[in-house]
Each structure stands twice: as structure tokens, then as C-alpha cells.
Design a protein around this ligand. Structure first.
Ligand SMILES: [Zn+2]
Length: 432
């Protein structure tokens, strides 16, 4: 207990040094946690105004866009109107116009952090994040965690990253010690056992949802169970209902969803009532043609304005019973942009897969963990997890053809585990 207390102090000293604005950002987010709609709208409007003014002044890329649209920021300009007149940006814009977007050569930020995230074509997106942006992001996660009575500095177990060398393991363990956490280093039964043992003294666990699921499944099949965990956070991936069933059995908690990306920041965090509240103080969300478009209100060093993140989402108008007025994302439907190609020049969005399996779950009660690959036009391979009966197989093919109209030949393969251990689960990959 005393050791944990010391570790919490070490953690907090580390945060104060690395992120001097963290506390201020956190306090400010907690103040507006239950703000009403009007207060939130005014806050967003003001922050958006500041971001637009700043970007016009310091970012060559956005200044050019304003000029092209004939936008002049008069004294009392309407930020929402200006925003709606700006074209959207994509990840490839952020990569190719990287230097033009960056404002750090023109504005003297006190401190910035290097940030790198993978691009769709393999080329990474790199940029500098000003300290306040980074702190605001961490504060948004901390606020979400506070809804569950949990603090960052609490003892935690981490599922992330698998291929470590011996030296990396030593280094990682050292940093994990400073962060009061431990992690799963491999997928062996032994390591899972030792992770579960350590987790008996943990407050929360977090990582890729598919990995949490995988560990929960193994733990369940070995009869291991925890009853001390307050909070399980799943990032980066869709959380399927069956992930939650296994997680609940093993950890006594369902997986709480955090939705975001390095460049977009924390977009939404699931509340205890199960709704994904948008982190509106930091992030303005628009939905255009069912696609999410994000403006990161904290992104001064590398402004992210009207960014097409690449997911289809649905917003909900319903007021959440938790009492928060922040808008709610009711569903993240899937990735945009990848198509499935059928015979006779037929093209289907990859979102079709989502609808096939959603209907299988809703209409037949078949909850299937899947992924799909296309290597040839007119052909598709579905990988289905675990033992799947002939009856279910037939239904999958039936539903698939109701969408593909026999222009795509579907082959079914059964796999015990459908995601590789060192990368994020993708529901669809095209190799065309
Ligand atoms: Zn809520």
C-alpha cells in the first residue's frame, strides 16, 4: 500500500514536469463536465474563433485556404459560418502539406512534443504537439476516468505492444514502474497468468479492445477471475458485444470505449450510462455524408480543422441520463474508403460487412467475430472466429449474398483467433 502511494507521487511529479498545463486543463474540464447546452455552445464558439484566428495568422496552409474561399475574419465574424465554408482536409493533406500546416516556426511555443502516427499508405504522419494540446488531451482522458472513480496514477495493467527485445523489456519495465503500471509482454499462458496475478492489486486495465478480449477469453477458460478492477478501457478498436461478455466474466467490468486519434485528440469517452459523449471542449464534431469531420480545438501547433478522420458515425439527439449535455456519438460504424469489388463492375463500401454481421446478430442472434480480405475482384474471404456450425455458415453466406447479389463469391474460413497480436484489428483489408 505504501509503495503504491509512493508510486502515485512519483507519477504526479512526472506529470507536473512533463505537462505543466495538465492540472489547469483538468480543472477546467471538470468545471464544464455538467455544463448545459448553452454554456457548451458558447465555449466551443469561442475556442473555434481563437483557433481560426490563430491558424490564419500562423499557418500558411490555412491562410491560403481562407484566401481561396474569400474568407476575411472581421471583428465579429461567426466562427461556425467560417468553418462551414472551409474545405475538409484528409490524412494525406496532413502528410503532403505538413510543413505548411505547422505553426511552430512562426509562433514561439514554450514546449512541444513530437507525435507520429501511421498513414494509410504506409507513410507516417508526423507533427509537433504544443504542450497545452497534449495536456488537454490527457486531461480529457483523466476526466473520463474520473467518471469511474479512477485516476491515471492508480496502479494499472496495460495491454499494448508485443514484440519486445530483452533490452526493450528492461527499459519498458522501468518506465512502467514510473507510471505505476505493468503490462502483458507475451501471449503465453504463463504470462497471462502472471498478468492476472499482478492485476489483483490493480485499479484499472487498458489497451486495445481485441487484446483485452483475448486475454479475458484465456483467463475465463483457465478459470481466472478478478473482482477488484474498477475500470477497463478499450482504445482504438470497435468493442463488440461478445468482447464485453468475456471482459465482464474475467474482470467484472465491461470495456469502456475511448474514441480518438493522435491528430484528432480524444473525440469521445463512454459514460457510466454507456453513451459516448463528445469531448466538446477540445473537439468539434461534424457529420458530413455520415462521415465524421473533426476540428481539434487545441491543435495550435499543427491546426487540425475539418479533418476527415475516416469513420462513419451516427450522432444521437437523446439526452443522456447521466446528466451530461455533451453530444453523443451513438455508433462508430466502420472505416471509410475501402471498397469491395464485385463482378460486373459492382462496387460495395466496406461498411456492407458491418451491416451483414449486424443483421446476423439482430435477426438471428449470431454474434460472430469476423474479418474479411479481398485478394481478387469478385472474391472475398471471411475469417470467422472459433467453431462455427454449418447452420451459421449458411446464414452468413445467405446474408452476404443479399447484399452482394452474387457478384461476390464469398469463401468462409474458420480461425481460432482473428487478429494478429501486434497490430490493430481491421475488419476489412483489401489487397487489390
Ligand atoms: Zn452520459
Amino acid at each position: 500500500m505504501a509503495l503504491n502511494f509512493i508510486k502515485k507521487i512519483i507519477f504526479k511529479l512526472g506529470v507536473a514536469k512533463r505537462n505543466p498545463s495538465f492540472n489547469e486543463k483538468f480543472i477546467s474540464l471538470m468545471k464544464t463536465d455538467f455544463a448545459d447546452r448553452d454554456e457548451l455552445d458558447i465555449l466551443v464558439k469561442n475556442k473555434l474563433r481563437d483557433l481560426l484566428v490563430f491558424s490564419q495568422q500562423y499557418s500558411n496552409f490555412y491562410r491560403d485556404r481562407f484566401n481561396k474561399q474569400g474568407i476575411i475574419l472581421s471583428e465579429n465574424f461567426d466562427p461556425f459560418d467560417v468553418l462551414s465554408r472551409l474545405p475538409t482536409v484528409t490524412k494525406s493533406d496532413l502528410i503532403t502539406s505538413n510543413k505548411l500546416i505547422d505553426t511552430t516556426s512562426f509562433f514561439p511555443f514554450k514546449k512541444t512534443f513530437f507525435s507520429e502516427t501511421s498513414g494509410s499508405s504506409g507513410e507516417p504522419l508526423t507533427f509537433l504537439k504544443n504542450e497545452e494540446w497534449d495536456s488537454a488531451n490527457r486531461a480529457a482522458i483523466a476526466r473520463g476516468m474520473s467518471w469511474y472513480g479512477v485516476e491515471f496514477s492508480d496502479r494499472n495493467g496495460y495491454f499494448w505492444g508485443y514484440s519486445f527485445s530483452k533490452l526493450q523489456i528492461v527499459k519498458t519495465k522501468f518506465f512502467d514502474f514510473l507510471l505505476n503500471r505493468f503490462r502483458l509482454f507475451s501471449y503465453s499462458d504463463e504470462d497471462i497468468q502472471s498478468f492476472m496475478k499482478k492485476a489483483e492489486n490493480a485499479v484499472y486495465i487498458h489497451g486495445y479492445s481485441s487484446m483485452i478480449y483475448e486475454v479475458a477469453r484465456k483467463a475465463n477458460s483457465n478459470g481466472m477471475k478478478l473482482n477488484n478492477i474498477k475500470f477497463v478501457k478499450g482504445t482504438s478498436e470497435k468493442i463488440y458485444a461478445h468482447y464485453n461478455d468475456e471482459a465482464f466474466k474475467a474482470f467484472g467490468r465491461k470495456i469502456v470505449s475511448e474514441y480518438g486519434a493522435a491528430e484528432a485528440g480524444i473525440i469521445a469517452f463512454e459514460c457510466p450510462e454507456g453513451n459516448m459523449h463528445i469531448n466538446e471542449e477540445n473537439c468539434l464534431v461534424e457529420v458530413i455524408d455520415e462521415k465524421i469531420v473533426v476540428t481539434n480545438l487545441e491543435s495550435l501547433s499543427f491546426p487540425i480543422i475539418r479533418y476527415e478522420l475516416g469513420d462513419f458515425v451516427k450522432l444521437s439527439e437523446k439526452q443522456c441520463s447521466c446528466g451530461r449535455h455533451h453530444k453523443v456519438i451513438s455508433e462508430v460504424l466502420g472505416r471509410v474508403g475501402k471498397n469491395i469489388y464485385g463482378k460486373e463492375n459492382k462496387v460495395f463500401p466496406s461498411l456492407t460487412l458491418y451491416y451483414i454481421f449486424k443483421r446476423l446478430a439482430l435477426e438471428c442472434g449470431y454474434i460472430i467475430n469476423y474479418r474479411a480480405e479481398q485478394h481478387e475482384i469478385g472474391k472475398l474471404v471471411f475469417f470467422l472466429e472459433g467453431e462455427v456450425s454449418q447452420e451459421v455458415n449458411d446464414k452468413v453466406l445467405d446474408f452476404a449474398q443479399s447484399y452482394f447479389l452474387n457478384t461476390v463469391e464469398v469463401e468462409l474460413k474458420n480461425e481460432s483467433v482473428i487478429h494478429s497480436k501486434n497490430k490493430k484489428l481491421k475488419d476489412f483489408e483489401s489487397f487489390l
